[in-house]
Every structure is written in C-alpha cells, then in structure tokens.
Design a protein around this ligand. Sequence first.
Ligand code: CP
Length: 315
Amino acid sequence: MKRYLQVDDIGDLKQALKDAFEIKQNPYAFKQLGENKTIILVFFNSSLRTRLSTQKAAMNMGMNVMVLDINKDGWKLESEMGVVMDGDKPEHIKEAVPVIGQYCDMIGVRSFATFESKDDDYSEKVINQFIQYSGVPVISLESATRHPLQAFADLITIEEHKQKERPKVVLTWAPHPRALPQAVANSFAEWMKKAEVDFVITHPKGYELANEFAEGASIEYDQRKAFKDADFIYAKNWSSFNNYGKVLSQDKDWTVDEEKMALTNGAKFMHCLPVRRNMIVSDGVIESKNSIVVQQAANRVVSAQTVIKRMLEGL
Ligand code: CP
C-alpha cells in the first residue's frame, strides 16, 4: 500500500476487518516489521486522538515516530506554484516535502479544508503534494475531504457492537457554532455504502454532501423518521457543500437527545470526537450506556496499525 486516502485504498472491507481484529487481539505480534523504520506525522491542524492513536499504532509496530506541528514548529509553507515568495511564507512545499521524505519511511499528514477554494479542497491539493513530492507512502490523518482512519475505526466499532447481520446505521447532521469540514461525514458515507449495513443520512435541506459521497445512500430530511428502528446513530456536524463552507442552521431541534434516541432500536450512539455537548448531543445521551464514543476512539489505534502494517509490508 503506497497511499491511504480513501476507502478504495484499503481494498476488501471483510479482509480489512479480519486484519484489524487480528491486530487488536495481538498488537505487538508484528513489531519486527517496523524495526529501524520511521514515520513522521505532520499536522497542519490540531488533534488529540489522531496524533496519539497513530503514534501508539506506530510504536506497537516497532517504529520510530516523529511529530511535526508544521504551523507551530516549522516554517510556514507556500503551496502555490510560480509565486514570488515575498510574503509571510519562507519555505515552499516543493522543497519541504521531499526533505521530510529523506528522514522517514512513511508520512502521515493532517490538512483540513480551508474553505478558501472549493476546487483546491476537493482536489486535495495539499495531501496530493505530499504524495507527489515526498517519495514515501502517505497516510491521511484527515485531509480536506476525507478522514479514512476515523471511518475505518467506525466500521470496526460497528462490527464489534452490531446485534444483527445487517444493522441500520444513521448518519445525522447536528448543530455546531462554527463551520466544520465535510471530511468525517464524507468518509463515513463512503465506508458505510461499502459495508453490510442499511445506511441513511439525515440533515436539514442545504446540507447535502457532494454527490460522490451521498449517491447510493438513503437521504431522509425528517430526522425523527430516520431514527426509527436505527441500530447505530452517528452524529456529526458539517458545513454546507453547495453553499461552500457556510453555516446555514444552528437549529437545536437537530441535537441528538433522549427523546429521539427512544425512537431507535436501542441504538448505540457514535461520534468521532471532540464533541460539543448540548449542541451535537445531550449530556444524557453521551453519558448513557449506549454511548460507545470511547470504544470508537480506542479503535483508532487498531485502524492506524492495520494501515501502517500494510504499508510496512509494501516497503
Ligand atoms: N476524531 C479525531 O480525528 O480526533 P482529533 O481531531 O482529536 O484527532
């Protein structure tokens, strides 16, 4: 595996789950694979789970790990081509990325959507420059349009908690005070459409995801109808795709609360975290016995380790 950006990069999901559960059962069994190998994790944006879980996964594989907060610790990077660099960015990504590639065997990159240009975000300008110029395999730690390590961990968590062969999984938009990228929702949709689940997306009008992600899912604009008989409720906020990056609603009638969870088939509650309580989800729901957000976060180590193992095997 040379890159991990989207669901197609992992191949068959049943095999990916099998590999993940093998790693979860015996996390140190493949330590020799990473001996004398180094991963550098480059963060353009903040992180708690992705940073720690990917470090832990790489350490479980016997690797050396370096972490770079590029905006804090590195030079500010210019990513435009052919510009006169007389502004506040002293280093070009075209030198910085190949240099980083000299110091490691694989790179993880977190680079969120900036909302400055829909075309730049949806063409994955930044992470594609890492793929083009680094000379080593690249793992997305959340790019402008996708969060594939999160979606893989979500699938592992659903597989562990499902009570029936084909559960009903509902992705619900929920309110948030700021404009958030669509990446988590996009990836979750991309993975659920390939998984053995009945998948429904519910959101207010105006919050339609890009066609490539929404197409093939059932879309239900009535949140209560969508929740009926659901086995998993996955809450997430995202900003508008069509009215790019805009917050169109902060309607708290979309907050996931006990009354709405009562419509489900005793559904498990999921969220990628961090989560804003009493905006996205009520205290009662996130603290209920059906909330599996911590188990979900724990599986971030498993998804990252499964991907790193495949990359090490391909070196
Ligand atoms: N879910 C997730 O990616 O968390 P962090 O932003 O804290 O890494």
